[in-house]
Design a protein around this ligand. Structure first.
Ligand SMILES: [Zn+2]
Length: 406
């Protein structure tokens, strides 16, 4: 279908390959984004101008990649820039993150999981969306002189919903459903704010969780996140967890055992919205699951956790289902098991679509190592066809089948 897939080289070249390959989906994602922002009073032109004013919030490498996407997809640069800068305002990242440090696993290797959950909306129709949800694709890139990255992204975005690099750092993000988020209108703080999926991707340019976390915290001290939320950077020696709200930030360091983040704060607990039942249910369930197998956890356990339907299947289970597209439900999942001795040999598992369907079908999930070549990623994972096939709200309540992940 495509003559060339460019997933390596300069950032501009990587972006151009992304834009050319996914031109239809990029165009539709941009249209969906502008339609989601319109009821908030933002015209396409005003968002483009706002994006150009805010351009310097992104690193040069990201800007090069965005310029490449715009060129490849033949879209105006300010539109692609606006999508990358203000994406989180239109599409919040409701997600579950679970991890185990090496002492908590059977093989002595850190394991990290994220289930990515998203809302849908009336405006989300067209080629980039499917039944009112945004299509998820695998982003696998090998930039010159920088760590290779594998993650899940939306077409047209340089940010990652979750991902890992070949130095052994994994990352994830979650919006935090605080009382303030529910009641607060857009204001000047938001005008200066940074987008979490971009911060996650920037963090993956560092070789350790400590360096990634410190770099991101320094930037957040200057410009807060666009919405309250968590950012996680985890390697075999440190889990560096950042909780950020409009006027405060907290950092938690975990060196051993297990950790969980859902759409709530743990350190900044006082800010949580008491009406947000789902985040509390998932936090408690994840903590129970990890605790029950701490010391002997395997990647196969994390695949099972990703499909867990306790408290559901529904909005409160880890694998989240809904009956209306406005509900936040699970769209994709990624697991990494980091080999500290040689991080390039770390193993990664990706599932596109509903975790309880995609993990149980070899066509819906993918295993690779961080030595991957971008062209090795099957086309359906790069274009979103796999996601379309495995995205459904219907729960798969079959017994979990054993997988290769052991
Ligand atoms: Zn499910």
């Amino acid at each position: 279908m495509y003559d060339v897939y460019v997933g390596s080289g300069s950032h501009h070249r990587i972006g151009r390959g992304h834009g050319e390959q996914l031109a239809g989906a990029v165009a539709q994602n941009l249209e969906g984004f502008f339609r989601c922002m319109a009821p908030r009073g933002w015209t396409r032109q005003a968002l483009g101008r706002r994006a150009l004013r805010a351009e310097r919030r992104l690193a040069d490498a990201r800007l090069d990649e965005i310029a490449g996407i715009a060129e490849g997809a033949r879209r105006p640069y300010p539109e692609v820039l606006a999508y990358n800068l203000f994406y989180g305002e239109a599409f919040p990242d409701d997600c579950t993150v679970m991890f185990a440090m090496p002492d908590a696993t059977a093989a002595g290797k850190m394991i990290f999981l994220k289930n990515s959950d998203k809302i849908g909306g009336e405006s989300m129709v067209g080629e980039g969306f499917y039944e009112h949800k945004e299509i998820n694709v695998v982003l696998a890139v090998r930039p010159e002189g920088k760590p290779a990255v594998v993650g899940v992204a939306s077409a047209g975005s340089t940010g990652v919903k979750m991902g890992a690099n070949d130095r052994g750092v994994a990352t994830g993000t979650n919006i935090a459903r605080t009382a303030e988020l529910r009641t607060r209108a857009v204001n000047t703080t938001q005008e200066r704010a940074l987008d979490r999926v971009q911060l996650s991707r920037d963090g993956l340019e560092h070789a350790t969780a400590l360096e990634a976390g410190n770099a991101v915290v320094a930037r957040l001290a200057d410009h807060p996140m666009a919405t309250p939320g968590n950012l996680e950077f985890v390697d075999p020696t440190l889990a560096y967890i950042i909780e950020g709200s409009y006027d405060r930030m907290a950092v938690q360091f975990i060196h051993a055992g297990v950790g969980v983040r859902t759409n709530r704060f743990v350190v900044l607990d006082a800010l949580n919205d008491p009406e947000d039942l789902s985040s509390y249910c998932r936090y408690v369930r994840c903590t129970q699951l990890l605790g029950a197998r701490a010391g002997r956890l395997t990647p196969a356990d994390f695949i099972a956790f990703s499909t867990d339907h306790a408290n559901g299947p529904g909005p409160n289970s880890i694998c989240r289902h809904g009956v209306h597209y406005r509900e936040e439900t699970s769209q994709s999942a990624q697991i990494i098991e980091v080999d500290a001795a040689d991080p390039s040999r770390s193993r990664v598992w990706l599932a596109l679509g509903k975790p309880c369907w995609a993990w149980r079908d070899p066509a819906g999930s993918l295993e690779l190592t961080m030595r991957f070549r971008p062209e090795e990623i099957p086309e359906g994972f790069r274009t979103g066809e796999v996601w379309k096939r495995f995205w459904t709200e219907r729960p798969n309540v079959e017994e979990a089948v054993p997988t290769a992940a052991g």
